[in-house]
Design a protein around this ligand. Structure first.
Ligand SMILES: *Cc1c(COP(=O)(O)O)cnc(C)c1O
Ligand SMILES: [Zn+2]
Length: 411
């Protein structure tokens, strides 16, 4: 399939060719992430909306002509993508919205959207000739790389802050990854992973830093568009930490637009935690990403220095979008709202996108007829301790029908 034409630095605009050791711009450093671009005529010669409709593959490899891989066909041991887009009637009623959908990416193999990026990076790394992989992670990127590399029989090294939620660490260990639990923050683990991968020759999946993470994550936008019958949504709400999912979503829609497959682009909403809002501050200010303190229970979007921040701010602006912050309290309210109206269990970071939607509705920043898609990016079982803070545990009852009758207030 057509390989990328060039990789362009988001900060200085310098263009590079593909290279296994090229992650970010050598002039701008780690924050100079690279945008991948293609020869779109070449893609149009290979694929179309009609050819997609005819492909037998349901998982995200159906979009292979739009992915940065040389492979003509992919057989992957687990199903990545092909996640449901639910119309959530109960949540529509609760919020007074007529056309709302939840894209349930918790249905991926490791229960988060990160599998889209990990799967593409694992194949790309192997095409580059690498057999050993590494990632720094607040939890999900690591769990995802560990899960998929286990299925492929490849070794991986995962750097996590020692504070990562236990369920995510359990995933890493069960998948047999080499887990490096770091006394430090995610940002520190990130830099250490860059150094170690370089030193020991591992292919590095770090979010944003590896340019193919955005390419992998874009398939969520491709799926949403196809699921909506090629009628793109008006608004897409994305929980945002490093800003890689946000840019992936934008890349998916802009690729489709450049190919002439969709007539218009949605606006994006970046949902950030009040306690970790570097992208919101840069978006509201001069566009420059400055480190913030990270303090939120939503670990997956708790990021002091967003590595894909510059690209995310540019993309948010290009989409005519906005950044919204939500408090931990609002996140904890959104979890049972989504669970109780839609039967979907989201981890705090994913629920932040629902909390942002609630806020937009309250402020009148979204109209009842608008076509809105909210991404549910990670499963609630990944952080049960946080979930139990969102609800009240029941008082134990005596084991008798009388106690039940009293409890439910019936005669
Ligand atoms: C990684 C992650 C995010 C944020 O993605 P970024 O690319 O870091 O902005 C949101 N929700 C969940 C569940 C995640 O795992
Ligand atoms: Zn640069």
């Amino acid at each position: 399939m057509p390989l990328p034409e060039s990789l362009t630095c988001v900060l200085c605009g310098a263009a590079y060719r593909e290279d296994p050791s090229r992650y970010s711009c050598p002039e701008c450093g780690e924050l100079g992430t690279l945008r991948v671009s293609y020869d779109y005529d070449c893609i149009n010669a290979l694929a179309s909306r009609e050819s997609l409709a005819a492909t037998p593959f349901r998982d995200h490899w159906r979009y292979l002509p739009l992915l940065p891989l040389a492979a003509e066909q992919v057989e992957f041991p687990l199903t990545v993508g092909a996640t449901p887009l639910y119309p959530v009637p109960g949540l529509r009623r609760a919020l007074g919205l007529e056309r709302l959908w939840i894209k349930d990416d918790t249905a991926n193999p490791s229960a988060s959207l990160k599998d889209r990026a990990s799967s593409v990076v694992l194949l790309k790394g192997q095409e580059f000739g690498c057999r050993e992989f590494a990632a720094a992670s607040t939890g999900n990127a690591g769990a995802s790389l560990a899960c998929l590399s286990a299925a492929l029989g490849l070794p991986c090294h995962i750097f996590v802050p020692e504070t990562a939620p236990r369920a995510k660490v359990a995933q890493l260990l069960i998948f047999g990854a080499d887990v490096l639990s770091i006394r430090g923050s995610y940002s520190e683990a990130f830099s250490l992973c860059v150094e170690a991968a370089d030193r020991f020759g591992w292919y590095n999946r770090n979010t944003g830093y590896n340019p193919y993470t955005v390419e992998g994550k874009k398939t969520v936008a491709l799926e949403i568009t196809e699921q909506l019958g090629w009628e793109p949504p008006d608004t897409v709400i994305v929980a945002t930490g490093d800003g890689c999912i946000l840019s992936g979503v934008w890349k998916g829609f802009t690729d489709l637009h450049r190919l002439g497959w969709i007539p218009r682009l949605p606006r994006l909403v970046a949902a950030q935690a009040e306690g970790s809002q570097a992208i919101k501050q840069a978006f509201d200010g001069d566009g420059t990403i400055r480190p913030v303190t990270e303090d939120t229970l939503a670990d997956s979007i708790s990021v002091a220095l967003p590595r894909n921040g510059a690209m995310a701010v540019q993309d948010l602006r290009a989409s005519g979008g906005i950044a919204v912050t939500v408090s931990d309290g609002e996140i904890l309210e959104a979890m049972p709202l989504l669970g109780g109206t839609a039967g979907l269990f989201a981890e705090p970071a994913a629920a932040a996108a629902v909390a942002a939607l609630v806020k937009l509705v309250e402020r009148g920043d979204v109209s009842s007829a608008e076509r809105v898609v909210v991404l549910s990016t990670g499963h609630g079982l990944k952080d049960v301790d946080a979930a139990l803070r969102a609800v009240e545990a029941p008082e134990p009852l005596d084991c008798s029908v009388d106690a039940v009758r009293e409890r439910i207030g019936r005669p």
